[in-house]
Design a protein around this ligand. Sequence first.
Ligand code: 5GP
Length: 174
Amino acid sequence: MELKLSKMIDEQQLSERIKQLGKDITDKFQGEDLIAICVLKGSFMFFADLIREVDLDLTCEFFGVSSYEGTSSSGEVRVTLDLNHTMEGKNVLLIEDIVDTGLTMNYLKRTIESRKPKSLTTCSLLLKPEALKEECHVDMVGFEIKNQFVVGYGLDYEGYYRNLPYIAQAENLN
Ligand code: 5GP
């Protein structure tokens, strides 16, 4: 299947916004310890760039979930790599690539809340407000985008395109 790509958010826009998010996180948690959770696979690139802009003592955890098949959400969240570190009494920063229907983010929030953290802050690089199927509050958002399928900067189509250094809108040519 062939995709037509059009650049939507370039390298400079990403870098400027991520610097600002890093400052916001640093200010919010001044003097506190933080656990930063990377939601695999899509947020690995955003996560790596964002935590380098955070000037705090933090540890990193990785949580693997999957809900997408092709270019649409399957409506079911599957855990592919579970969290095994305790979150109890800790400040947790959950870092996602994109919130589409809101199903995955709400699932992640429920799962982490059940581990009784001191606080839970959610951060997503992208949010598609028009695609939300359930109410979903995200504390920090990089960019709001239209209800379009995007790839690049960690986001894939059938495993490919994650290595693009920018976000592109993808159209199916078939
Ligand atoms: P949700 O549960 O909010 O519908 O979807 C969240 C997950 O679906 C994201 O973490 C991401 O992996 C995937 N996803 C949602 N929208 C897109 C998109 O436009 N492009 C890509 N590549 N993945 C998406």
